[in-house]
Write a new protein. Structure first.
Length: 368
């Protein structure tokens, strides 16, 4: 009997793990997830690395070496995180080859403090790509206004990109336009565009968390009825944007030249509200060419009791539009919510980054 994660993969959803640590890499646990949980990629972010390195498991020897070399915290973080990502890339090399580059991907993010610095983001993306030195690495760039130009420039260099922190449909359209522009520039520069891949990470649960908070404050029957519906509606309409954008005339010539679609990736798929089914943001977001990156807890919940439909997106577009219209009608501003979430998303990663710097600083001091 096929387990729910295998069924999810069979239905066209790539399952990526939203976590990484040296212990997970070197214990064989990451490889086991490929075999037993249909995992075909990994995403990381500053919060994940802050947790992994903060625990110190598996990093002592390298930190001692870096301390002896006189590295500061930023330099040490660069060496540690790129090594983890390179080793994970090697574990996923077979998946990468078998999937023709769509899967087997491991993502590493530029420093969150660069989120509003286009040139700084471009420079660090190139530096990370060169250091990891694996074809299956993806560089994560946030979908801020400044990030859009960086996405185009980095794609144009032939580097695969995971665009992160997308909350609104309008920003998603801008991200797709930035990707298309980058592919066109890469083609003009003579790059093999069939080797360039990208995913656009559309955040899910945080949308419900913020909108539900506002619906509770409004406290009318109409508002209460809309609780925990907006995030799925938003994510489903994002998939419609994807379908339309890559069926458009401006994509046809690039596709004919070998370009790959930028796949939508559903992120922030662990439920925040304990009243909700813990598999909600996975099983209700099933469609071909989709990626879902999930924390291990959510992955195990799907494996244990997920009921996976053939498709739970493309037959819900009209319903999704009605939900977002109703949310606006009761007085919740979609634009205000998504702008706040983007700002908060960057700020949260900066806090995690600062915590990471502090913990590495302390570890380097002890090791000296």
């Amino acid at each position: 009997m096929t387990n729910p994660l295998a069924q999810l993969a069979a239905n066209g959803v790539s399952i990526w793990l939203d976590d990484l640590s040296r212990t997970r890499i070197r214990s064989g646990a990451l490889r086991d997830l490929i075999t037993n949980r249909s995992v075909s990629g990994v995403t990381t972010n500053p919060t994940i690395f802050a947790g992994a390195i903060g625990k110190g498991e598996g990093y002592g020897e390298q930190i001692a070496q870096l301390a002896a070399e006189g590295k500061d915290a930023a330099g040490a973080i660069f060496e540690i995180t790129t090594q983890d990502v390179a080793e994970a890339c090697d574990i996923f090399a077979g998946v990468y080859t078998a999937s023709k580059g769509f899967d087997g991907r491991v993502s590493i993010e530029v420093e969150p403090g660069l989120a509003n610095d286009t040139e700084g983001t471009i420079a660090q993306a190139k530096e990370l790509f060169a250091k990891v030195a694996r074809e299956n690495v993806m560089i994560k760039i946030p979908a801020t206004k400044a990030g859009l130009g960086a996405i185009t420039a980095v794609i144009a260099e032939g580097i695969s990109v995971n665009v992160t922190l997308i909350f609104s449909l309008q920003r998603y359209r801008e991200v797709i336009a930035a990707y298309k522009a980058g592919i066109a520039q890469a083609k003009a520069a003579g790059h093999d565009i069939s080797k360039i891949h990208s995913v656009a990470s559309f955040f899910v649960s945080r949308v419900d968390t913020e909108i539900d908070k506002r619906l509770v404050a409004i406290d009318t029957p109409e508002a209460t009825e809309l609780k925990s519906k907006a995030a799925l509606a938003n994510a489903r309409l994002a998939y419609e944007v994807f379908e339309q954008a890559f069926a458009a005339d401006d994509w046809a010539d690039l596709a004919a030249a070998g370009a790959n679609v930028q796949r939508p990736l559903m992120a922030s798929t662990g439920v925040k509200d304990p009243a909700l089914l813990d598999t909600l943001y996975v099983t209700e977001l099933v469609a071909p060419q989709l990626v879902n990156t999930m924390p291990e807890k959510t992955m195990e919940a799907v494996y244990d009791h997920g009921i996976v439909p053939a498709n739970s997106i493309t037959n819900h577009y009209e319903e999704a539009r009605l939900v977002l219209d109703a949310v606006a009608k009761v007085g919740v501003s979609y634009d205000d919510v998504t702008h706040l979430l983007e700002t908060e998303g960057v700020d949260k990663f900066i806090v995690s980054w600062n915590e990471l710097v502090e913990s590495v600083d302390a570890a380097l001091a002890v090791a000296k």
